[in-house]
Design a protein around this ligand. Structure first.
Ligand SMILES: *[C@@H]1O[C@H](CO)[C@@H](O)[C@H](O)[C@H]1NC(C)=O
Length: 225
């Protein structure tokens, strides 16, 4: 009798612990569904609050275009995407085909060029299989994300239009004000930010995009190292 009661209460404890674990997972924004189908870079959620998530990304290789000057985010991303798509289809020094990954990153920086152009760098994450030796390619750069790569992230849906980019970045910036991340993000951002897109142009529903502001986590203090 006593034993069965003990067993029942221990079963109850397991249930309670399970529910608590589920709640803890639900507090962070779920990983984009695309990443259940294709490979995405690994990250850990360090903090999340209303309107933003703070992530720590694993040190990894990315392949990037040269800077593309354009007045349109959408046009520059398309230009860069096509170069990188040819790269993964085998237009590289090893003639090697590489698996598609997500997200497609577009780094946006203001440029001193004419007509209010901005400068865009488009990047693909190199899949784990090719991390040790990504093929070089003419006109592209294979880069390592060095050091403490933290990102303040805001998620939004739909097809990204030119007008969305600045607006979503401003909203992310506003949501960070008054938090312990604000100073480090401001410093790391250096007037540029990144748009991450997780879906192909042929997917019309459930599209996931994010604004990332990259920063050095070491600047925030030892409790995040
Ligand atoms: C890649 O393909 C080109 C054209 O077919 C060929 O000339 C070159 O030798 C190939 N390179 C490698 C590393 O296989």
């Amino acid at each position: 009798m006593k034993q069965s009661m003990a067993r029942r209460s221990s079963r109850l404890l397991v249930l309670v612990a399970g529910a608590a674990a589920l709640l803890a997972v639900a507090a962070a924004v779920a990983v984009p569904p695309t990443c259940e189908r294709i490979e995405c870079p690994a990250y850990e959620v360090v903090d999340s609050a209303n309107g933003f998530e703070i992530r720590r990304y694993t040190d990894a290789m990315w392949v990037s275009t040269a800077a593309i000057e354009d007045i349109s985010f959408v046009a520059a991303t398309r230009t860069g995407f096509l170069q990188l798509f040819k790269y993964i289809q085998g237009k590289n020094a090893y003639n090697e085909t590489i698996e598609m990954t997500a997200p497609v990153l577009t780094e946006v920086s203001p440029s001193d060029g004419p007509f209010c152009a901005s400068s865009f760098v488009v990047s693909f994450y190199v899949p784990a299989k090719n991390q040790a030796d990504p093929p070089p390619a003419e006109g592209l750069r294979v880069r390592r994300w060095a050091g403490a790569r933290f990102a303040a992230v805001r998620r939004f849906g739909g097809f990204v239009a030119d007008a969305d980019v600045g607006e979503q970045a401003a909203r992310l910036d506003a949501s960070l004000q008054g938090t312990r991340w604000a100073a480090a993000v401001n410093e790391g951002q250096a007037a540029s930010y990144v748009v991450a897109q997780y879906n192909s142009p042929f997917e019309f529903s459930g599209r996931v995009n994010e604004i990332w502001m990259l920063f050095d986590g070491a600047k925030v203090g030892s409790h995040v190292n």
